[in-house]
Write a protein that binds this ligand. Structure first.
Ligand SMILES: Nc1ncnc2c1ncn2[C@@H]1O[C@H](COP(=O)(O)OP(=O)(O)OP(=O)(O)O)[C@@H](O)[C@H]1O
Ligand SMILES: [Mg+2]
Length: 484
């Protein structure tokens, strides 16, 4: 049903520069969107007030803002001021009415990239936009180079700019190339295994693969032989020597995942490995020296386990030389839009749906969810939306976690109260219209004429609505049916 309409873009296309146009003159917005989208390769979002624009700066992260000065809410100059304080790499171009040259000069002093007096020449505007796009690229490259030089790059695979994640990245960079034993704590799905991989990849042990073992998944005796190995004949059924995972990881790193569930008898053996740096496989008479970097991870509170007599205190202190605590998504709401966009790009490529994008309200909705399953849950929700969103926009209704899909029926009734009234109303109308049109087209098996008649609308009006809400008639038709 959701076959792609266009072939996938090249990877660069998924990161098209973003232009936000702000004007309370609706005709102007329509004209600018049409003219610019024909000539410039960029994503365009439009809005009619300074307050909404400021929200979009947070949620949508535009590269260029083209704004009128006289707009409701935050005026153009204040918007420019706030944007420049937040991210000086964003280019702001201001549009002024006739005879307001002093304001334009003030805007330039505040850091505006350029200004236009209305009415302006379209070619001139397009030329300025192109130049500012090139400038944004340069500034970004420059910043990324500086970050690399300062050693503050996020470890591979990690997305996030919050202070809490930056602290984690900093710690990972500092301790990666040492042999110190590490405990990685955090709720399920917060990236503990990703952190372990990063620690391994940034160490000189990276030439050999990291070995990971889930201590909660195996019964005690199997976990023991998996970890330490055994000699042939050491027990009935030991028909040949088994090399344990510690030996497998010799010269590399081992991750003891879910260490909090390791049986207490094995904890004693592990303590010996950490203290003596040697293992004694079952049936061996001499210990074997090993050189393994040990990482352990847990989503349990080990101190409570110690109090319950289920975890050895001395082992805890051995493991806990350095602790890395992965923040839950709830603690880093500012990273949610970034993570969501990153996941969207990943799944867009995987499922060949290059034109999909989040509506601003959808992004806002993601930020306010509880995310008990953290990044893993966010991954699942975005993946589901990429697979199921009927048009090119991902709205709130497409972002309901599978566990709550019974609430999907109640849509459109998401909590829009966090949005300004006009934006909330627009979003509610969009949700309603897409749902209505989808149902009508499903009932009519993709026949636009029939669907239009049943909805009491003319065929052309119905067709226009389908277009406006990104719905493709062909997506509702069986391959066998002829076109309408
Ligand atoms: N900051 C992040 N940036 C990008 N991807 C992330 C981030 N954090 C987690 N992920 C991704 O989320 C998924 C879950 O991460 P991971 O398996 O490392 O979590 P975990 O803490 O080990 O979870 P569990 O306790 O359930 O084993 C992985 O696909 C991982 O790549
Ligand atoms: Mg894990």
């Amino acid at each position: 049903m959701n076959a792609p309409k266009t072939p996938p873009h090249s990877p660069k296309d998924t990161t098209l520069p973003r232009l936000l146009i702000v004007d309370d003159d609706h005709d102007m917005l329509v004209m600018l969107r049409t003219v610019i989208s024909k000539k410039c390769r960029c994503e365009i979002e439009v809005t009619d007030s300074g307050d909404k624009a400021w929200d979009l700066v947070d949620l949508w992260r535009p590269d260029i803002i083209l704004t009128d000065i006289k707009i409701p809410g935050l005026d153009g100059l204040s918007l420019l001021h706030h944007v420049k304080q937040k991210d000086p790499t964003v280019s702001v171009i201001v549009m002024t009415g006739y005879g307001t040259i002093e304001i334009a000069v003030r805007a330039l002093r505040e850091g505006a990239y350029d200004f236009f007096e209305k009415p302006f020449d379209n070619d001139h505007l397009l030329h300025t936009l192109q130049r500012s796009l090139e400038r944004t690229e340069l500034l970004r490259e420059n910043r990324s180079l500086q970050q690399k030089l300062a050693g503050q790059e996020s470890p591979a695979g990690f997305i996030g700019k919050s202070q809490k994640l930056n602290y984690v990245f900093d710690l990972i960079n500092k301790v990666a190339d040492t042999d110190v034993t590490l405990l990685i704590c955090g709720e399920s799905g917060t990236g503990k295994e990703l952190a372990a991989q990063a620690l391994h990849q940034l160490s000189s042990r990276r030439t050999k693969p990291m070995v990971a073992v889930n201590c909660a998944a195996l019964p005690e005796h199997i976990l023991e032989s998996e970890l330490f190995g055994y000699a042939k004949g050491s027990f009935t059924g030991a028909t040949k020597d088994k090399k344990g995972l510690f030996l497998e990881a010799n010269g590399s790193t081992i991750l003891l995942d879910e260490i909090g569930d390791m049986p207490i008898a094995l904890q004693t053996k592990l303590l010996r490995v950490l203290q003596e740096k040697e293992i004694m496989p079952l049936g061996h008479t001499k210990p074997i020296q090993i050189d393994v970097r040990v990482l352990a991870s847990t989503n349990l509170d080990l101190e409570t386990k110690i109090q319950q007599g289920l975890f050895r205190e001395d082992l805890f202190y051995r493991l806990n030389v350095v602790t890395i605590t992965m923040p839950s998504l709830k603690e880093i709401p500012e990273d949610i839009p970034l993570l969501a966009q990153h996941l969207l790009h990943t799944f867009q490529k995987e499922y060949s749906r290059p034109d999909l994008k989040f509506t601003p309200a959808a992004l806002q909705h993601l930020v306010t969810q509880p995310w008990k399953g953290n990044v893993r849950e966010l991954q699942n929700v975005v993946k589901r939306a990429v697979l199921l969103a009927p048009g090119d926009n991902i709205s709130e209704c497409d972002l309901i976690p599978p566990a709550q899909s019974d609430t999907a029926e109640k849509c459109p009734c998401p909590d829009l109260s966090s949005l300004p009234y006009n934006q909330a109303k627009e979003e509610a109308v969009t949700l309603f219209s897409r749902k209505y049109l989808t149902k009508a087209m499903e009932k009519a098996a993709g026949n636009v004429t029939v669907a239009a008649r049943q909805s009491g609308l003319g065929r052309q009006s119905f067709q226009r609505l389908l277009k406006r809400y990104d719905l493709e008639a062909s997506a509702f038709r069986d391959a066998s049916e002829s076109s309408v």
